[in-house]
Design a protein around this ligand. Sequence first.
Ligand code: AMP
Length: 481
Amino acid sequence: MSEKGFDHFNLSDEITRALSVLKYETPTEVQTKVIPLALENLDLVVKSQTGSGKTASFGIPICEMVKWEEKLPQALILTPTRELAAQVREDITNIGRFKRIKATAVYGKEPFSKQKEELKQKTHVVVGTPGRVMDHIERGTLVLDQVKYLIIDETDEMLNMGFIEDVETIINKLPLDRVTMVFSATLPKDVESLCHKYMKNPVNIEIASQGVTTSTIEHHVMEVKEADKLSMLKAVTVIENPDSCIIFCNTKEHVDTVFAELEESNYSCEKIHGGLEQEDRFAVMDGFKMGNFRYLVATDVAARGIDVDNVTLVINYDVPMEKESYVHRTGRTGRAGNKGKAITFTTSYGSKYLKAIERYIGFELLEMEAPTTQEVAKSQAAFEEKISGRRVVRNNKTARINQGITKLHFNGGKKKKIRPVDFVGTIAKIPGVTADDIGIITIHDSMSYVDILNGKGALVLQAMENATIKGKKLRVSKAIK
Ligand code: AMP
């Protein structure tokens, strides 16, 4: 069945078009199982791991089923982390791009007022972490009356992080007439009892864990003295000369030290850890996705839920203390059919953490010799050449789907009593432009944004310089962001 592509789900043209731009040609196993049942509005408990394509397995049916006309949120997706919330919002926006689905993410450490303003716009899907979702509900900025779909993502992680009370409070505020889907990598007792309590005869779907395989990722381990780690890191990167690389450390301090050293040696690099402002964390992740730099030095904050294509090398500068963390870290490479390599530095082959990891993944990491000075010298020129050039990102899905989209800024909004329909009415009358060329419209008090699709931005921009909207002359320009 999964050989058949997405055709037999009878999805609308807008969604089908997005999947084709995203290059989702064949549904993954979880998608094959979940999509048909979700389209029938059944409650589902899905045991599946990150990397299985689970986001699209609920994202596709949600984008298909929400009614575009409805102004209030129709789907609520809860995630344990801010990074995952942002990632899910991006995936939903991409899948729903041509249906003009508006997804908003709400999470802590970002100004409440900004999110409040976004929630005032037509919003089809809200993705958020439990604490901030609660805040919005309590302050009346998130209205749940029209929510038909609740998705709890990475439920086991959410409960591990102590969010159970918040999650239950949120569920109790939702309309009873709704569909609930729970996604979880494991199904411990507390997840099962949550499902039992709040779901209607859920269908259980289990996707066999792919486990950690050596078919797409080569797993190596190298013995290094603590004092030699920095120089060994540089030697290894010269030899491996990766297109893109994440270096994982166990602490912020190590991240800072490694980053400072690499920066000093002119590596194209950035760092990310929990001590940075959320905004900076997102900016770094976005920059890495766009190919602005080649090396990312990170703590485990970057290991979960982050979807970066084509990381070719993962280096564990420190052996992760938790065995699960090894799986998440190395899972950043070898994704979506690509090959990858993981190298773990250890100060002792006999380390108990290393042994625990090997028991957990079910095989031994391949011991790797430290590169010799001669080997490093031989690779130096190729390394220097690559590091001075820009990284080419071949598969940035968001960039691809946004190709041909221009965001226009108008200097008028609600205060001038302008509504989306006024923009549609005017823009669709421009010769060569139809309503299908108009994407998401966002109207603030004194300004508005209109996405123009299909490469027609310049045409619309030019025509709107002389046109009026609702009889009013507005200044129009290409939006900066
Ligand atoms: P997830 O498990 O949701 O984190 O998805 C893992 C990765 O697979 C993401 O990069 C998705 O964009 C990608 N993906 C999801 N579904 C498909 C599909 N049907 N074909 C190809 N790639 C996919």
